[in-house]
Ligand binder design. Sequence first.
Ligand SMILES: *Cc1c(COP(=O)(O)O)cnc(C)c1O
Length: 416
Amino acid sequence: MSSPIWHPFTQHGLEEPIPLVTHAEGAALYTADGRRVIDAISSWWVTTHGHRHPRIMAAIADQAARMDQIIFAGWTHEPAEQVAQGLIEIMPHALTRVFFSDSGSTSVEVALKMALGFWVNRGERRHRILVLEHSYHGDTIGTMSAGARGAFTRQYEPLLFDVGTIPFPDSGAEQRTLDALEAACREHPAAFIVEPLVLGAGGMRFYSPAVLAEMRRICAAHGVLFIADEVMTGWGRTGTLLACEQADVVPDILCLSKGLTGGSVPLAVTMASEAIYRAHYATDRARMFFHSSSYTANPIACAAAAANLAIWREEPVLERVALLATRQREAIDAIADHPKVKNPRSYGTVAAFELGSGQSRYLSDLGPRLLAFFRGRDLLLRPLGNTIYVMPPYCIDEADFGAIHAAIAEAIETTG
Ligand SMILES: *Cc1c(COP(=O)(O)O)cnc(C)c1O
């Protein structure tokens, strides 16, 4: 019996096995055929503390016993209020408003719409969006437009809107990036959107806090709105709660999702400065922010996020993050001199390198071979082409961590 399911980012024509997962716990997934698989990529970057954190599971069960879902246009509920208050307390204080949505992509769509609404409501015709080369902001038409053009977007190119692309700040070429941004900002764009410090889907590319701070300064000097997409980098991934913290950067708009619920259920927020909120605030209904989805601020998802915030307040999350970051650095150092390992690097809890050719290429045929290799070793590791990266949940223990890097060492020897 074959399944009618059409899976995301899956070429069914290759008939790769699609394991049936029955349960998950901590850093492990368990399959129907009796395997224990180590989740080395946090189930696509969402699981922060580990699968089924007891406090998050309890909060979901408790909320499900009281209220499942209500309309959020003109109504509110306790879990949403708790999440909003909790975010206001721990996120940069200039971000005073919290808008809910359901995924990283929608949080970015909301950010882009807020930026455009800000300028329209102020009576200025500014709509151009600046983006950083190699960025990824989601798979909807709007977020693909704001992201890198390539294998992911080729088929949809005619529908994508035009953006200004600022070259990526490769090590040694930072000034070129800053000069290009400065020049582009002089033409009065609406906003610049960036993934702070770590570009995820674009190949785990890192750049320095100094460049991030300088990019923010240039935008501020020209009155260009600065949007930080921390959908992946937020919630400790880079070593701090937000990546922006490391550069003392406060954006005008902040996108959060993935780790917002600890990676348990879908939820996103877009946080905005008071100025952006005020641009939409009026007695004129035509100026309101025209965005919603049916499940905006779903109470069960908000209860999970409120529990995540409590975990951040009460558990030593940043200590776990620091420990994992140290181990990642050591693991990368251990393979750094191997001739097949190119560009070995780690940033916070993320470690990466290219195997074989130093260029990162998503459709490299090495990708599927590596995927199969890691599957055979009961590891959930999904290289981005020939870029191998490890991004585990913070709870991962020594044994599982060692198993991941042992398998990678074996892959380096036997493939490429
Ligand atoms: C994953 C990701 C998104 C999209 O989030 P979804 O929840 O998959 O829609 C947006 N931006 C960044 C930086 C991401 O890593």
